[in-house]
Design a protein around this ligand. Sequence first.
Ligand code: HEM
Length: 291
Amino acid sequence: MAFISTVYSKITGVFFDAGIVSWDVLLTMMNLVQRKRRVGHVTPEGHPGYGGHWPEFRPPREGDSRCSCPALNAMANHGIIPRSGRGITFTELNRQIRSTYNFGSSFCSFVPHFAAKMLQKSYSKDVFDLEDLDLHNGIEHDASLTRADTHFQKDQSVKHLPYIEELLASATGKDSEGNAILTLKDLQKVQGKRRAEARAKNPEFSLSLFHKIFGSSNSSTLLTIFGGRVEDLRSILFDERLPEGWESRIRQPHGLTITNFNTTVLRCEFGTREKDFEVSKVGNEEPHPNV
Ligand code: HEM
């Protein structure tokens, strides 16, 4: 029986992945021929955040569940998903990341399906708490840009403020109004340094190619969905709060597809050069100022 169900889940997995890829390519092509959403109209009407008006921000209370993902925590802090961060359905997560961040529906289906599988839960029937996503070396991994490694900090909802400060301070770009912009090069540098340091200082360090790509995917959202705008990133990363008036920088009608996203992800990953940063193992206690 177990054998039959393993074969069945492998076969359905292959069809699911092939289905997602074809669907994603179709969305990518439709984005090429259809008009972009107008600035100020990216968040759909009827959805929280329409017109830049996000529901009230409330920081988490004692007992609420939060995780290593600033974007999901922000949705809970605004009540777009349950404020408690508990009892969330995978289908709801799919729907809400689609309208909040304008990721393509292929991505919005793929990641929650992946998360359900990782947690050995049913995508359509089960619920999860945000902290469940912090399963080490599931999606969560070492050398993140906003969190100390699990070896140093078990609770991955805790932000590591010096890393976030360093990330934002590394921004070298400017937009037409002179606002600071984080560029792909900046991100590659910070990521390379972070990996070199984590490898040198964390006695339990691990980072497979798979997790490197996951890391670059998370990092790439800073450039795509958030357009690298340091002022917005300050609010998202430090406070896990969507700035008043904010909308996704992706204006394509079918959102950011996996195909388009991957061009940034792969450039980010393959331009990350850990070897450029030599780090001594001496003095290896991880710093403290977490929140
Ligand atoms: C179903 C959807 C999602 C799941 C399950 C998820 C899960 C995660 C997890 C587990 C991490 C921690 C990874 C690490 O160890 O560094 C993470 C980090 C992150 N995620 Fe998400 N996420 C989702 C959607 C999103 C979306 C829609 C965005 C952007 C709009 C986003 C942006 C980020 C960022 C910026 C980080 C921080 C990366 C770092 O510290 O290096 N995520 N996410």
